[in-house]
Design a protein around this ligand. Structure first.
Ligand code: SF4
Ligand code: SF4
Length: 670
């Protein structure tokens, strides 16, 4: 945990003070000789899984170049800043450049302790794990450069035409060591990948070969299954802090999910046209798309059946699975059982989904603080922020599910592209957050709303976690910041209601979806998560304020006021690194407008009539297999507000023994 803010540090400098390291001129540094060699593949189950993912990414090392260059400043210094920032955005630990190559370095993940079952699962896999991450970054970066209209080829641990170690020395990332190259901070504990390009870049100078190599200490007092965030300090409760009438919550088909409704034309022609591109309009997000899609066939698969399933007690398995999640790159991992209502009833083709798997390993991926700082939340980077987290989640969960299947247990990853389960109730039940005013969004005490989720469902016996309570219901009842800042007033100012069996601040999902899909001045939207006070830098001061808000309810309102007073939620332009671009017909072009919002404290007082919320109850959902558009009836959805119960009314109805309301029932199903 850091004490001092990095808000004045540009993104292209990275998270470590590399600029302070002594450097030499290129001719005065000995360069390592020899060809590129691939890392050894360990016999542990992870070895084969990692190799599968490396090979998949290797298929995206090269590709078509856009027919016309993008309208961007190609001065070497300016371009190098953007490309280095891109690599840091994608979570490289260090980045260096030569005149025609970008080299990215990813440090080894922390190994699980020797008495943790996951230790054997991943034994000897650190180099490959870092190589998968480095390959992911290099392949996305190369695809991005090609969309800008320039040649670019990624070189990875398993497929390279260049000596990456030598490039790493030239690019000032590493120095020649006794047997291999070394990094001053990471020792020999890292993997590298590179992108060679036809662009002219501003080269870094090589590091002084006499530099002292500290290496990583390897000492981390926190057990590996606990991760970086002290969730053990947050109160556990037996039930979520918002009421769920589990027996009344209708199971819904995928067809009824609002982005799917947009795709099927229910929100009109414009939303339908934009629905397949809204999140990937920026060339960086666009570059992730083919790789992301290629992960889908790896989500499920057959279970290794040539030996007895591996594993220990439910408690040992849970500990191991959590350590594995952090090892693979998740930012938060927790476990719950899957209730009936967290399963979709029908798939995207309208076929019934038979329930499978008892447990859900729920993982969160941070969308990244630095870039969120610079963004308005609904500008051109918003979609890329989401895509990066969804893609990383698919990579982490896909590898976890693949490994669990190799242990002899059924497992499937459930991603943003293909999921048979609803993530929101699972995040809530696994104790990764509380439902917030944003509505259909669970807020994590340390990450705030700045995350995307991914789930692995499995039959591996697991000990489950409990929900949490960090006082969010009370805070949100006094804080209207997300509602105030939503560009289309889709977040409720009113009290919580019961909607389809959940106690919830009901958002206008129709209005939100329509804006995200058709946003003319950006790609998608996540402005509510950007401005929320819990979405912060995670400094010691933020942790202390969180504890104050948890322990002293009277402090919550002043803290919300303080958040506005210090300007949290405004854009920090020191951190702005990306080009505002939009992909149209395969070309990256300048968009017609850019959303450049900052917070508007007075808006709350200007709005006299709070916008009404539309309620698309289960009874108004389209049938699961409806292929044709079912236009939304907004008038009927606004009138349906009259059917809504308060939580107290719902409980009173149940005490009287009255049946579940008719509007909780979905359309006739197969
Ligand atoms: Fe409003 Fe954007 Fe949040 Fe939707 S995602 S509720 S449109 S701020
Ligand atoms: Fe709750 Fe305020 Fe965050 Fe909205 S902005 S989710 S009201 S804390």
């Amino acid at each position: 945990m850091r004490i001092f803010s990095k808000r004045k540090r540009p993104v292209d400098l990275g998270g470590y003070p590399f600029e302070r390291l002594p450097r030499r001129s290129i001719g005065s540094v000995p360069l390592p000789q020899g060809e590129h060699t691939s890392p050894a593949v360990p016999e542990s189950p992870y070895g084969a899984v990692a190799l599968e993912y490396l090979r998949l990414f290797d298929q995206h090392r090269d590709g078509e170049i856009a027919a016309r260059p993008a309208p961007v400043d190609t001065a070497p210094e300016a371009l190098t800043r953007v490309l280095k920032s891109t690599a840091y955005f994608l979570d490289a630990h260090a980045v260096g450049t030569t005149a025609d190559a970008i080299v990215v370095l990813v440090a080894f993940a922390r190994e699980p302790e020797a008495d943790n079952l996951a230790s054997a699962w991943v034994a000897g896999g650190q180099e490959l794990q870092a190589a998968v991450r480095a390959a992911e970054i290099a392949c996305i970066l190369a695809g991005y450069i090609r969309l800008l209209g320039y040649s670019a080829t990624a070189h990875t641990a398993t497929a390279s035409e260049v000596p990456i170690h030598r490039l790493g020395v030239e690019a000032g990332l590493v120095v020649p060591g006794r047997d291999t190259v070394e990094h001053p901070y990471f020792g020999a504990s890292f993997s590298m990948a590179a992108v060679t390009t036809g662009l002219d870049l501003a080269p870094d100078r090589p590091l002084d070969p006499g530099i002292s190599v500290r290496g990583t200490s390897g000492k981390d007092r926190r057990p590996s299954h606990l991760g970086a965030y002290p969730m053990e300090t947050i109160r556990r409760v037996s039930r979520p802090t918002t009421l769920i009438l589990g027996d009344e919550v209708p199971q819904v088909p995928l067809r009824a999910q609002f982005f799917n409704r947009a795709r099927r034309g229910d929100l009109g022609g414009r939303a339908q046209k934009e629905s397949n591109r809204f999140a990937t309009k920026h060339p960086l997000a666009h570059a992730m798309r083919p790789m992301f899609r290629d992960l889908v066939p790896f989500q499920g698969g057959s279970v290794r059946s040539d030996r007895e399933p591996d594993g220990g007690s439910a408690a040992d398995n849970a500990r191991a699975v959590k350590s594995l999640g952090y090892y693979l790159g998740a930012d938060a991992v927790s476990i719950c059982e899957i209730p009936r209502y967290a399963r979709y009833s029908h798939d995207r083709n309208g076929e019934r989904i038979e329930p499978y798997h008892r447990f859900a390993v729920v993982m969160l991926i941070d969308q990244g603080h630095d870039t969120m700082e610079a963004a308005s939340g609904d500008d051109w980077m918003s979609g890329a922020q989401s895509m990066r987290a969804y893609f990383r989640g698919a990579e982490v969960a896909g590898q976890m599910a693949g490994l669990v299947r190799r242990l002899g247990h059924s497992a499937r990853s459930q991603t943003n592209l293909d999921s048979d389960v609803l993530h929101i109730p699972l995040i809530l039940l696994a104790g990764l957050g509380e439902l917030s005013r944003i509505g259909e969004l669970v807020l994590h005490p340390f990450l705030g709303a700045r995350f995307k989720s991914v789930v692995v469902t499995t039959d591996l016996p697991l000990e489950v976690d409990e929900p949490i309570d960090f006082g969010l219901q009370d805070t949100c009842s006094q804080c209207f910041k997300c509602a105030r800042e939503c560009p289309v007033s889709a977040i409720s100012y009113a009290d919580k209601v019961m909607f389809n069996g959940y106690e919830i601040w009901k958002p206008d999902v129709e209005r939100c979806t329509r804006y995200r899909v058709t946003n003319p001045n950006g790609s998608a939207c996540g402005r509510c998560m950007k401005v929320c006070p819990y979405t912060n830098e995670g400094l010691l001061a933020h942790r202390l304020l969180l504890q104050v808000a948890i322990r002293f309810p009277w402090a919550r309102r002043p803290l919300v006021w303080l958040d506005d007073a210090v300007g949290h939620g405004n854009r920090n332009l020191v951190k702005k690194w990306w080009h505002d671009l939009e992909v149209r017909d395969g070309l990256a072009v300048r968009p017609s407008g850019v959303s450049e919002r900052d917070i508007d404290v007075e808006r709350l007082y200007r709005i006299e009539t709070k916008p009404p919320i539309s309620y698309h109850h289960a009874s108004m959902m389209p049938p699961p297999d409806l292929a044709t558009p079912r236009p939304l009836d907004r008038r009927a959805a606004l009138d349906a507000a009259a059917l809504v119960e308060s939580p107290e009314e719902a409980l009173e109805r149940r005490r009287r023994g009255d049946p579940t309301p008719q509007h909780y029932r979905t359309s006739p199903q197969k």
